[in-house]
Design a binder for this molecule. Structure first.
Ligand code: ADP
Ligand code: MG
Length: 608
């Protein structure tokens, strides 16, 4: 075949392959155009998952009659005119290829009216005829019918109608969250799916987010507002205990543009690292504002990726801000960790009277009275000074796993966030009473976190305190293992584990952190001699140390079936109130829940 220039239609269809991979991508381009045109309200009508019809109507500034055909011409845009413009794009679009691409793979109609005109004008994609008069309010409507009808190969890749629609729905939620002043309706096959008002007198920002993301997100969310030089981060992040099995509640906007960005995702993942299992995903809604000149948005045909000029700073800003915020959280039963035992009195009635063969539905309760804005918790408790640990023989220390209680704090804890201990249940849970009702604590998980954070703080200050064993103990670990332990000797000493090489395949353990019981030592050594990472990247080294500390904390934490006295339980509750990240174990499971009094009343159908 000789070389030839491709016809326009084919060029556009090739571009469409990149820009419009599925109906949701069409919706994205059309809604972004509406936003760029200053629309305040957008109506989206979908049929057959978008394959039958995508209709987007806006109340933006419209397209003049003389420019309608131009809008469907490749590389025609009103948004940039020079390289300088491209380098600080403030609009969502700038490539001038969405409309021609979409028009080339569908039956396409564009209707628009500018304020100066008394009515609108309409053109049909692929038809050079002059615009025809059409009734239309100020703004623009785009009608896309039979998407991919002329590109059967692409059509074959489309999934079920319901799947395609789910993508559209998720996409519109993302777009909705990008602008507070945007109202939107969405219909599928004539059925109303979304009707979201702009933030205003009737609807607060948090309430609107709750409508789009669900009330559970908001009732588990912390407000974010951080600024540094020319960076600003705002929005909400969910507590680690509200993790998801999929990254489906992750909304991130850079200057109002929704992005998927590996760097930012990594920063967030690290911010949650110590509080969430690596297979779980955090939930967040974050807005990053940055000088447009410092971001390159022209790196992806769908404009969903960006590149930062100073990526390390942006990463650290995001990581630092969220990490600190999560650490600063203290138990706030008014706001978080509330569970509802029954969705309604009726369902409680049903499950109780029918013998509750299925588990009672647990769900996060709706946000507390004030429109759901999570406020930062201010602890009434002065920061607690750790008493200097006295060095007792290990065996005794291990039994006294829970910190001794200073007398001044005993038994007047009714006003404390986590209340006053009442009893221990099944050797596992602590029952406590606070002003709101009942608090349930997973004693092992909570204690593990308390110890882990104490270990980490010790390490950050220098080293974890350790205590000499009454008699140094020899352990046979194998030759390779003994080599490894010997090589890591200094590092381990900082973690409170003091050992010497005793023979080709054995080590002599001389000192360990006081909380570790003798029975744990063998397992701990095995674990340590398996731990590969020693050195490498600084993060990895810290992570490896923290993994050891986490392992030690788990071994040191009170075990199931260990009987606790009330003062011991109170002491643990107080420790939790002072401890960073105490709301969840290292894997992100909650360490405590609040069941408030009305909930208990409801459960027993009181007052009805
Ligand atoms: P881009 O958005 O990259 O400029 P498009 O192909 O999406 O390219 O749109 C081409 C042009 O058509 C835009 O630059 C804009 O001037 C105009 N346009 C498209 N949609 C709308 C709309 N909903 N309201 C007003 N003008 C629009
Ligand atoms: Mg566009």
């Amino acid at each position: 075949m000789s070389i030839r220039i491709l016809p326009d239609l084919l060029i556009n269809q090739i571009a469409a392959g990149e820009v419009v991979e599925r109906p949701a991508a069409v919706v994205k381009e059309l809604v972004e155009n509406a936003l760029d045109a200053g629309a305040r309200r957008i109506e989206v009508d979908i049929e057959q998952g978008g394959l039958g019809l995508i209709h987007v109507r806006d109340d933006g500034r419209g397209i003049a009659r003389a420019e309608l055909h131009l809008a469907l011409t490749r590389h025609a845009t009103s948004k940039i005119s020079s390289l300088e413009d491209l380098e600080r794009v403030a609009t969502l679009g700038f490539r001038g290829e969405a409309l021609p691409s979409i028009a080339s793979v569908s039956r396409f109609t564009l209707t628009s009216r500018v304020p100066e005109e008394a009515h609108g004008w309409s053109i049909v994609g692929g038809d050079a005829a002059p615009p025809r008069a059409a009734a239309h309010a100020i703004g623009t409507s785009v009608e896309v019918r039979d998407l991919f009808f002329n590109t059967p190969a692409r059509r074959k890749f489309m999934r079920a109608e319901s799947t395609e629609f789910r993508h559209v729905d998720q996409l519109l939620r993302r777009l909705l969250l990008s602008r507070q002043d945007l109202g939107m309706s969405l219909r599928h096959n004539g059925r109303r799916i979304l009707e979201i008002a702009p933030v205003g007198a009737a609807l607060g920002a948090a309430a609107r987010v709750a409508e789009v993301c669900g009330p559970e997100f908001m009732s588990n969310a912390l407000r974010v507002d951080e600024a540094r030089q020319d960076l600003r981060l705002s929005g909400w992040v969910a507590l680690p205990s509200f993790s998801r099995s999929q990254p489906d509640l992750q909304y991130l906007y850079v200057n109002g543009r929704m992005v998927r960005d590996k760097l930012l995702a990594h920063a967030l993942r690290r911010a949650y690292a110590d509080a969430m299992h690596s297979t779980r995903h955090p939930a967040f809604l974050l807005y990053l504002e940055i000088d447009p000149a410092l971001v390159d948005v022209n790196v992806h045909p769908q404009k969903s990726e960006v590149r930062f000029r100073q990526s390390a700073q942006v990463h650290d800003f995001l990581f630092g801000g969220i990490h600190q915020l999560l650490r600063r959280v203290r138990p706030d039963p008014q706001q978080h960790h509330r569970v509802s035992i029954a969705d309604s009195a009726d369902s409680a009635e049903v499950s109780l009277w029918q013998g509750a063969s299925r588990p009672l539905p647990f769900r996060a309760a709706a946000p507390a009275a004030d429109n759901g804005v999570a406020r930062p918790y201010r602890s009434p408790w002065p920061l607690y000074q750790q008493p200097v640990e006295t060095l007792e023989p290990v065996a005794a220390a291990a039994v006294e796993a829970v910190r001794p209680v200073p007398p001044s704090e005993t038994r007047n804890d009714g006003d404390a966030p986590l209340g006053r201990a009442l009893a221990q249940l099944r050797g596992v849970f602590i029952l406590a009473e606070n002003r709101l009702g009942l608090v349930l604590v997973d004693a092992h998980a909570a204690h593990e976190r308390v110890i882990y954070e104490r270990f980490k703080a010790d390490l950050a200050r220098g080293s974890v305190p350790s205590q000499a064993l009454l008699l140094p103990e020899a352990f046979v670990v194998g030759e390779i293992e003994a080599d490894l332990l010997e090589r890591r000797r200094d590092d381990l000493a900082r973690l409170g584990i003091v050992l010497d090489r005793a023979g080709p395949a054995s080590v002599l353990l001389r000192a360990v952190p006081p909380l570790l019981a003798r029975s744990d030592l063998d397992g701990l050594l095995q674990r340590l001699s398996r731990d590969e990472a020693d050195g490498g990247h600084i993060d990895e080294a810290v992570d490896a140390q923290h993994r050891v500390l986490a392992d030690m904390a788990c071994r040191a934490a009170i075990k199931a079936n260990r009987r606790l006295t009330l003062p011991e339980m109170d002491a643990l509750l107080r420790d939790m109130e002072r401890t960073d990240l105490a709301g969840q174990c290292n894997h992100g499971r909650p360490t405590w829940v609040q069941i408030d009094a009305p909930e208990l009343d409801r459960l027993f159908l009181r007052g009805r």
